[in-house]
Write a protein that binds this ligand. Structure first.
Ligand SMILES: Cc1cc2nc3c(=O)[nH]c(=O)nc-3n(C[C@H](O)[C@H](O)[C@H](O)COP(=O)(O)OP(=O)(O)OC[C@H]3O[C@@H](n4cnc5c(N)ncnc54)[C@H](O)[C@@H]3O)c2cc1C
Length: 639
């Protein structure tokens, strides 16, 4: 056995080699030794490329959002050879993104890592971090999915969210282990600044004062998560050490430390290929070519593309509403014989989002703050660079409030408010979302280019009660604020419920908290397996059947933990076909180029013969390949 050791500064993911090389060579702040190391890693990754398309996998996970990452980590943890495919590119520095403003030169930070640069991510609609025109909504299409571009708000839902809308086996008592595992990996913090101090506190002070007077109670919102009546508190983020945290920084790193796991970015899955109920392979678009990636006989496929893409993936795999499948077949987009279609009208239905209303208030006590991408205030820049502390450890959110109203049909309709740090002197904003209990639903269909198209989600319940309920709450909020001398600038505090209803309906915004479109019970069974299939699962926001009382990512991560347990249990039982997968099928070589922890030693083992044990991974590399890598690396660096 030959061992070649490198110490790599930067983690590198399998991706288009030319892209990374170009970025590396263009980045002025990159030390040449680091360039060298990174280039070597890129070449190693390119060797892996030859492999991921030709081997047979135990598990393929489509989409590296928070749900996909957690499932992939849990499947690879038990030794399954696991391939995760992500259509987007790098996000965090640790995930290979080099783009950042010049003041971050010589740090291990990309723009994604710095909470204070959160809003800058959206300043350009063409940002490659976002999904762009791949659907008619807003989201993250990058390593980490939405969790790499969102504000990081991280709240545990009340038990009632699971008890009311989830099916048997998914009620709150089933989630205790899932939340425990999740909060062991991603704890969350209400004081993101690494020095433990609170910054930009004036909006919090102003809002908490009037809420307190109006009878609201302050809670630690994640430990006292069942208190959702007249409750407020500091915003909790999934950040760590003053930087963006979440699944990419935790679960993905443990997955990457395993030689049986690989992540390929820039790879868009087109559809799954089925023989009857069994998925045998997937079709992937990568680097302008189409490839077929094969599952082994006992392999499983998980769609984690998010609530808008997962229905599209199902439809493209001949599973969904008959009309949609007919349209796809007419355009030659699905090859499956009509006999093999799995008609399920529920695919894409039940889609929801939280309708958003923006209220602007005035108060002289609020100190505005403006984040700058290129030129932060010098003292704030220094504080962040030296201690990961200060305003740049915050994304701009400061306080949240949870409450509910009883609807005229006796439903409890919850609302969620969050206040942001003011940007204009004497003004601050409060966003009001309708949450659990709302009945408005839209759906995902496919547009003329077969992209997912969402419509009809906000305030669409036929009886019109959702808007009236939220309007009733807003009316009380405005009265409480004006009782404390705080005026709303964009909605008169003496407005009637009818006026407020009209106003919030015409000004309703999306929060992009999409869910419900492949719900548990209608599209997937209680093991998250797609109804009518043997080995296809959906695990992401789309399986959550009803609106949550809080921002969704923490619940989606807990759902992914619980779904992983159920998938593995199912796989261990006789319910999934048994084959020769782990029993002597020779694995091809693959290099753990994706498995190098930051700053740690990266070992390439050249072994012969190839290992055939999935749990031990794939660690083979020929001497000629090593020689080739060195030659190429030297050529690129010094030619
Ligand atoms: C601007 C914004 C701010 C938000 N703020 C918060 C917040 O503060 N707190 C909170 O709790 N929630 C927030 N959310 C919502 C939260 O981010 C999402 O609910 C969450 O990310 C959904 O996770 P998911 O795993 O279901 O899917 P996603 O995060 O959408 O991930 C799906 C991934 O799959 C990939 N993919 C899709 N199709 C394919 C394919 N065919 N092939 C390969 N890859 C594919 C996508 O590129 C994407 O990376 C916010 C969302 C947005 C857009």
């Amino acid at each position: 056995m030959v061992s070649v050791k490198f110490t790599v500064h930067d983690r590198c993911y399998i991706r288009e080699v030319s892209d990374l090389l170009k970025q590396l060579l263009e980045s002025g702040d990159t030390e040449s030794s680091m360039k060298m190391q990174s280039i070597i890693t890129v070449f190693l990754a390119s060797v892996v490329l030859a492999d991921w398309t030709t081997r047979q996998w135990d598990a393929i996970v489509v989409g590296s959002g928070p749900a996909g990452i957690i499932v992939a980590d849990r499947l690879s943890e038990v030794g399954l050879s696991t391939l995760m495919l992500e259509s987007g590119g790098p996000s965090y520095w640790i995930a290979g993104r080099l783009e950042r403003p010049s003041w971050l030169t010589n740090t291990n930070l990309s723009r994604v890592d710095v909470p204070g640069l959160y809003s800058s991510i959206f300043s350009s609609s063409s940002s490659p971090l976002l999904c762009g025109n791949r659907y008619n909504a807003f989201g993250g299409c990058t390593i980490g999915g939405g969790s790499a571009i969102n504000a990081g708000l991280y709240f545990r839902p009340p038990d009632s969210d699971f008890d009311v809308t989830f099916p048997e086996g998914w009620h709150a008592d089933s989630f205790s282990s899932a939340f425990h595992k999740l909060q062991t990996r991603i704890l969350g913090t209400s004081i993101p600044s690494a020095d433990g101090k609170v910054y930009l506190n004036s909006t919090y002070n102003v809002t908490s004062e009037f809420l307190h007077k109006a009878g609201y109670v302050k809670y630690q919102l994640n430990s006292e998560y069942n208190n959702k009546k007249k409750a407020y508190g500091r915003t909790i983020f999934d950040y760590e050490g003053g930087q963006r945290g979440g699944p990419v920084k935790t679960y993905l790193q443990s997955a990457l430390s395993r030689s049986n796991f690989a992540l390929v970015s820039g790879a868009t899955v087109v559809n799954a290929t089925r023989v009857g109920p069994k998925i045998s392979s997937i079709v992937v678009s990568y680097n302008s070519t189409t490839r077929t990636i094969v599952l082994n006989d006992r392999g499983l496929l998980v769609f984690s593309g998010g609530a808008l893409f997962s229905p599209q993936l199902l439809m493209a795999s001949a599973i969904g509403p008959e009309t949609q499948l007919g349209n796809l077949a007419g355009a030659g987009k699905i090859s499956a014989d009509r006999m093999d279609w799995i008609i399920n009208e529920a695919v894409g239905e039940n889609l929801y989002d939280n309708p958003d209303t923006l209220l602007v208030f005035e108060s002289d006590a609020v100190q505005p703050y403006t984040y700058s991408y290129e030129q932060p205030i010098v003292s704030d820049e220094k504080l962040y660079l030296s201690k990961r502390s200060g305003p740049y450890a915050y994304p701009g959110e400061t306080m949240v409030l949870f409450d509910s109203v009883v609807s005229s049909d006796n439903r409890t309709v919850a609302v969620h408010l969050s206040s942001a740090i003011g940007v204009v002197k004497g003004q601050f904003e409060i966003r009001v979302y309708g949450t659990s209990g709302l009945r408005s639903r839209g759906k995902v269909t496919l547009d003329s280019l077969f992209r997912p198209f969402q419509a009809g989600t906000l305030y669409s319940d036929p009886a019109g009660l959702d808007a009236t309920d939220v309007a009733g709450y807003i009316q009380k909020l405005l009265a409480a604020a004006s009782g404390s001398g705080i005026n709303c600038l964009n909605l008169d505090s003496t407005s009637t419920i009818t006026q407020i209803t009209e106003w919030i309906t015409s000004n309703a915004g999306q929060t992009n908290h999409w869910g419900g479109s492949c719900s548990l019970g209608t599209v997937v069974d209680t093991n998250t397996r797609v109804i009518g299939t043997d080995n296809l699962f959906v695990v992401d926001g789309s399986v959550v059947p009803g609106l949550l009382s809080v921002n969704p990512q923490m619940a989606i991560m807990a759902v992914a933990e619980l779904a992983s347990e159920k998938i593995l249990q199912l796989r261990g039982s006789s319910s999934m076909a048994v084959s020769a997968m782990s029993t002597g099928v020779q694995t091809r070589s693959i290099i753990a180029a994706t498995a190098t922890p930051l700053g740690e030693t990266f070992t390439l083992n050249a072994t012969s013969p190839l290992t055939n044990s999935h749990s031990k991974g794939y660690s083979s590399l020929s001497m000629s390949t090593v020689f080739c890598i060195f030659s190429l690396a030297f050529w690129v660096l010094f030619a």
